[in-house]
Design a protein around this ligand. Structure first.
Ligand code: MN
Length: 187
């Protein structure tokens, strides 16, 4: 069964850009709920419990219809959040988390990414992905849909659900996006 992965840093490590209260709520409540609901969906399907989450999300059409939406939403939520925590870096280790991937983040891509994040309607995510032909793409997904279900390889992902930023930023999403860039690594 799936478990909540610990954050790779302290809850207050992303201050002042993402506040401790948001991180605690986001990780301990929201992410935990995706894990719990994914486990509940898979409980009657022991043959699926041995598969990797990536395998399920890349082949959603093979998941039994009765739990396909639950795997898409809660499995996607678990995968997306696990990825999100990994790409955020506290000031103390900026530059170390993304490695070579960081070189792809040009000013032009940052602009595309921010425009896409501001245009995201409703709850969803903005992504920088590598497509199967190797080219880069900035794209949005609704809800907890994950780019790996479309055969794309995520490089960056930003959670645009209000639970990710509303405590600190309220409706100021543009400031939240700017803060996200500051948490990645220096350009
Ligand atoms: Mn979230």
């Amino acid at each position: 069964m799936y478990t909540l992965p610990p954050l790779p840093y302290a809850y207050d490590a992303l201050e002042p850009y993402i506040d401790e209260a948001t991180m605690r709520l986001h990780h301990l409540k929201h992410h935990q709920t995706y894990v719990d609901k994914l486990n509940a969906a898979l409980e009657p399907y022991p043959e699926l419990q041995n598969k990797k989450l990536e395998e399920l999300l890349k082949n959603l059409e093979t998941v039994p219809e009765a739990i396909r939406n639950a795997v898409r939403n809660h499995g996607g939520g678990h995968w997306n959040h696990s990825f999100f925590w990994q790409i955020l870096a506290p000031a103390s280790n900026q530059g170390s988390t993304l490695g070579d991937k960081g070189r792809t983040l040009t000013e032009e891509i940052k602009k595309q990414f921010k425009d896409s994040a501001l245009a995201c309607f409703g709850s969803g995510w903005t992504w920088l992905v590598k497509k199967s032909d190797g080219s880069l793409l900035v794209t949005n997904t609704p809800n907890q849909d994950t780019p790996i279900s479309s055969g794309q390889v995520p490089i960056l992902g930003l959670d645009l659900w209000e639970h990710a930023y509303y405590l600190k930023y309220q409706n100021r999403r543009a400031e939240y996006v700017d803060s996200f860039f500051k948490l990645l690594y220096p350009l």
